[in-house]
Design a protein around this ligand. Structure first.
Ligand SMILES: Cc1cc2nc3c(=O)[nH]c(=O)nc-3n(C[C@H](O)[C@H](O)[C@H](O)COP(=O)(O)OP(=O)(O)OC[C@H]3O[C@@H](n4cnc5c(N)ncnc54)[C@H](O)[C@@H]3O)c2cc1C
Length: 660
């Protein structure tokens, strides 16, 4: 069936076809709290002696990939692992600052696995799978034990227990942290486990190597085509299963808090080979980032959400008030989050805090250059706790802020504004984390994850490590046990599927190198990013999405006509890498806008201006949209096929989210 997103009779790129519903057949029935135990018990096992006969490719060495590679190798599988950076430990995960959630309840403040489950389903605005989220909450406690055993230096209290702090959308203190470097410390733990296996010869590490295509043989993922970034050499690597742990696609917006190299190529090329892409329009905008300072900026900087534990957010009560913050008396300030959401105050979830910041700036009450900022003020915290205590908690973040803005946040409130930060959408996976291509798994931010339409802070690290250390190592074995052979050694090098994938990669690189245009890949990326930010960012309207859907195919055509990539393919060529990634963004962006256009409800980070309550809050439409949208690729520029996965809520009843 062909459906039209928005107004009927519009050009073809606003159309999509509807396919059969997709369902997760891997999660067992029965009480949600027992499903993971049952699944593990029912999973077929690979005899330890037989594991060394299996090869697994893991693309990515962030928290998800490093933990998966290390654990699979420890189990006895032969692992081929890839990353584009010079060292596995330079993955984007290293940037994570604030912390990792776990339902340990060390504080005895009412936390439990059930509460973490509840908070996550509600925080995701009831667009995540209950069975996955419950499993995540269960595993959260094991993650902390595993990391402590590895020596991850979590912050501790005087009594010796691990310390915790609060993140948005919850009323307990369950976020474990290592100062403002939690991702770095966790990654060092996973990296050291991976290094042990590299040294043991169980993991063959390929740094500076970028996966550019997936090899599918007889309907199963059997390998990848990758380019050595230093020599330009294109190679095929074969395996019994392929795991993508390649992170999120936030950089499609050009300006984001993600590492500059993070990109969508691996998951997008897998999508083109048959893996459904779920909820591409569910992107997260983080409320506390350093505001943009000019047109030539190429990166935005996050100020961790943990700062909202002690910092108070405010703007002048009156529009157009340009007095410096110290000159605005208390009575003339609006601590708008505390006023609007007294129960959660400054710790409302990210989507709500971001929209509120946008609204006060739209009212003319924003601060700083262009009025695109709100204050995050530590004066009360410093008065209450003392400067040293504040420094002990957030010192490195304050230092980073001062280096970038030349303002001292101990004396002057920080200025912050929302920015793109995380993508809840990604490759559709079943309960076993397998995509719709048998043998292809996706973990960490690369999959469409457990966070529904909005991720709670400190839950991405939890999910990445749950996937890599605990879930994938159990479910991948089941797949391998049930799909024996043919062995990798039995696949001829000139298999037509391999030759076709290598041709597709080389052909695309050749097309990029031979286009003798006049525009840099960056100029296209910047234009695309601005369009997405304007029309598919914090607020989305039918008219805006339509405009974007008309412009993106034009921009894509212009790209192939006018892009200029200097240098050659047979050496290090960062312009070529960039152009290749931008070519994928130009396809992904269209799917994001189509997904956003077809979902005429608001939920979580997806705010359709046509669907809001009288108070300006997101209005969900559970009747029509309680599903995950899993998109199937057809051919370039042709309407994709939508497969709906209905979401059932047996344990957490969907309600209008309230944080008041
Ligand atoms: C500034 C910042 C702070 C954050 N702070 C927190 C926090 O405090 N708590 C929290 O829970 N979350 C936080 N997040 C989110 C979290 O950091 C990420 O979601 C998470 O680290 C993603 O991990 P990952 O393993 O899935 O992917 P990544 O860490 O992004 O790793 C991707 C890996 O894949 C490789 N790769 C990608 N494509 C290819 C390819 N084509 N070929 C070969 N290799 C490839 C890369 O080299 C890399 O090794 C933060 C995010 C940002 C941007």
């Amino acid at each position: 069936m062909t459906e039209t997103a928005g107004e009927p009779g519009r050009p073809p790129y606003h159309r999509f076809r509807t396919g059969e519903p997709v369902s997760d057949t891997r999660a067992p029935d029965g009480p949600v709290a027992e499903r993971w135990n049952r699944r593990r018990f029912e999973a077929a096992l690979v005899n330890p002696a037989n594991r060394r006969g299996h090869t697994v490719i893991v693309v990515g060495t962030g928290l998800a990939g490093a933990s998966a590679g290390a654990t699979l190798a420890e189990q006895g599988y032969r692992v081929l692992q890839f990353c584009y950076s010079d060292s596995p430990r330079r993955a984007h995960s290293i940037a994570a600052q604030g912390g990792i959630n776990a339902a340990k309840n060390y504080r005895n403040d009412g936390d439990s696995v059930r509460r973490l489950f509840y908070d996550t389903v509600k925080g995701g605005d009831f667009r995540a799978r209950e069975s996955n989220v419950h499993r995540l909450a269960e595993i959260s406690v094991q993650i902390i034990d595993q990391c402590v055993a590895q020596g991850v230096p979590f912050a501790r209290e005087y009594g010796g227990l691990l310390d915790t702090r609060s993140f948005g959308g919850v009323q307990v203190s369950r976020t474990f942290y290592a100062r403002g470097q939690t991702g770095q410390q966790l990654l060092l733990g996973a990296y050291q486990a991976l290094s042990r296996q590299i040294a043991a010869g169980q993991v063959e590490m390929h740094p500076r190597t970028e996966m550019l295509d997936l090899v599918v043989i007889d309907g199963r993922a059997r390998g990848i085509v990758a380019r050595n970034l230093l020599t330009g050499r294109i190679d095929t690597h074969l395996a019994d299963a392929v795991v993508l742990a390649t992170g999120g696609y936030g950089n499609v917006f050009f300006l984001s808090t993600n590492a500059k190299n993070s990109n969508a190529t691996a998951i997008w090329r897998a999508h083109r080979r048959g893996a459904y892409f779920a909820n591409p329009c569910f992107t997260q905008i983080h409320p506390t980032c350093i505001p943009r300072s000019g047109d030539h900026q190429s990166k935005l900087t996050l100020m961790s959400e943990s700062l909202r534990n002690d910092g108070r957010i405010w703007v002048p009560a009156r529009a157009g008030d340009t007095r410096p913050p110290a000159g605005i008396p208390e009575a003339e300030r609006d601590y708008y989050l505390e006023r609007m959401y007294p129960s959660f105050g400054n710790l409302v979830p990210r989507d709500i805090a971001s929209r509120a910041a946008k609204n006060v700036c739209d009212e003319g009450r924003g601060v700083g250059p262009g009025g695109q900022g709100v204050y995050l003020d530590f004066a009360d915290a410093i008065a209450r706790l003392g400067r040293d205590a504040v420094r002990a908690r957030y010192g490195n973040l304050f230092e980073m802020y001062e280096r970038i803005t030349a303002e001292d946040p101990y004396r002057v409130p920080m200025r912050i504004y929302p920015a793109i930060h995380y993508t809840m959408g990604g490759l559709w996976v079943d309960y076993d984390l397998m995509t719709t291509v048998p043998g292809l798994f996706a973990i960490g931010e690369a999959n469409f994850s457990d966070h529904g339409a909005n991720r709670l802070g400190a839950s991405a690290l939890m999910q990445g490590l749950a996937d890599g250390y605990f879930i994938l190592p159990a479910t991948l074995g089941d797949y391998l046990a049930r799909h024996p052979g043919p062995p990798v050694s039995g696949i001829p090098e000139n298999h037509p599927a391999i030759e076709e994938a290598v041709f597709a990669v080389t052909d695309r690189l050749y097309a990029l190198l031979s286009a003798s245009g006049d525009r840099t890949p960056d100029s296209f990326h910047r234009e695309l990013g601005q369009l997405l930010w304007d029309e598919c960012g914090m607020a989305r309207s039918e008219a805006g999405l339509r405009k974007a859907l008309e412009r993106i195919p034009e921009l894509r055509a212009e790209f192939w006509d006018r892009v200029r990539v200097p240098g050659e393919g047979s050496a290090l060529n960062q312009s070529l890498e960039k152009a290749n990634r931008v070519s994928d963004y130009l396809e992904l962006a269209e799917l994001m806008c189509l997904d956003a256009l077809h979902r005429t409800e608001s939920c979580g980070g997806h705010f359709r201006t046509e669907s809001q309550t009288e108070d300006g809050e997101a209005r969900r439409d559970d009747e029509a949209f309680a599903y995950a949208a899993a998109w199937e690729f057809t051919s370039p520029g042709a309407p994709p096929v939508l497969h709906r996965e209905a979401l059932a809520f047996s344990d957490v009843h969907p309600t209008q989210r309230s944080y008041a």
